[in-house]
Ligand binder design. Structure first.
Ligand code: IMP
Ligand code: MG
Length: 187
């Protein structure tokens, strides 16, 4: 059985594949503090709703809101596009709808990672129909090399190379979301 415990070598072995450290827990938390501060400043005297895209964003969103010093609300919806593969299926499905009424509200969509941008494009088009007062995007990770859609990403944690990553909410076949830092597939 694969062990998820971070060993002394600090690599994650998944069958024959090896994931190596990419972004440490300390680096992530430092960036979260900066983003939280920026959002608090930008939305001063507003009441934003942070909308997390499940499942991947829940760890980032939880840490991010702890760094936001103004009042805010949180909601989630669920999308699926990857199945259990490392390559996107190219299809996006809405699996859980929003509960909040977002008409005339200030929305910040919170994602774990933007790869091709297909999911974010789908989300933005869908939310725009409800006529929010404003619509911004916060993504912990962005892979600029694989972006296929013209998206404005307002808050970016880290730009990374076009390689598969796990940890801190990001999964491989639904596992490894509980790693405290981010690991990249060693190819
Ligand atoms: P996109 O629609 O191609 O931008 O893919 C976005 C979604 O794919 C993200 O919300 C993630 O759930 C997933 N994803 C993209 N790249 C990775 C990765 O490197 N590791 C884990 N999940 C990823
Ligand atoms: Mg996701």
């Amino acid at each position: 059985m694969d062990k998820i415990i971070q060993n002394s070598e600090d690599v994650i072995r998944v069958g024959n594949e090896i994931f190596v450290p990419l972004i440490t827990e300390a680096e992530i938390q430092k960036r979260n503090a900066e983003l939280g501060k920026e959002i608090s400043k930008d939305y001063k005297s507003k009441l934003p709703i942070l909308i997390g895209v499940l499942n991947g964003s829940f760890v980032f969103l939880a840490d991010l809101i702890k760094n936001i010093s103004i009042k805010c609300e949180v909601d989630f919806f669920k999308l699926s596009s990857y199945g259990d593969q490392k390559i996107s299926s190219g299809h996006v499905k809405l699996l859980k709808e929003l509960n909040a009424d977002i008409n005339d509200r200030h929305i910040i969509i919170v994602e774990d990672i933007i790869d091709s941008g297909l999911s974010m494009k789908f989300i933005m088009d869908m939310l725009a129909q409800s006529k929010p007062a404003s619509l911004k995007v916060a993504s912990l990770l962005v892979k600029p090399g694989s972006l296929k859609y013209d998206l404005k990403i307002d808050y970016i944690g880290f730009e990374i190379k076009d390689k598969f990553v796990i940890g801190y909410g990001l999964d491989y076949a639904q596992k490894y979301r509980n790693l405290r830092s981010i690991y990249v597939l060693n190819e």
